[in-house]
Design a protein around this ligand. Sequence first.
Ligand SMILES: [Zn+2]
Ligand SMILES: [Zn+2]
Length: 138
Amino acid sequence: MMPGHLSKSVDKAECKVCGKPIAGNTPSYYITGFGTVCMPCSSKHVKCDGCGSDVRLMTITVLRGRKLCLLCYKNERERGEKRIVKEVIASNLDVLIEEILANMPEGFKFVGVRLKPSSKNTWQVEYEREDIFEMRCS
Ligand SMILES: [Zn+2]
Ligand SMILES: [Zn+2]
């Protein structure tokens, strides 16, 4: 168990799960977006709203009302941008494709590439956020 979210300075807090008061000197967990929970409740299992996996309450983060495991939270956070353009230097198409495939940003889909204006080997590779991409294509 990692004491990453351990907090001891919360006064008169109540456990968000069982409602029991947490005394100032009792170790408790603060869950971002959710609140303070007591130690026994922090190790209860919950379902991640992102991937559906069974995770311990202490490892989740609540984002816009969704309980997310560490991985899903990381993905959500990185999804702030809708589109990204990366510049790739490649002398030919084979190298370019290799570069594109090797550097796919997580949660994004490759949507297009064009030669940078006034350049012979610099390409502008465009990626679109996965959820946006799927919405547009379905
Ligand atoms: Zn509790
Ligand atoms: Zn998840």
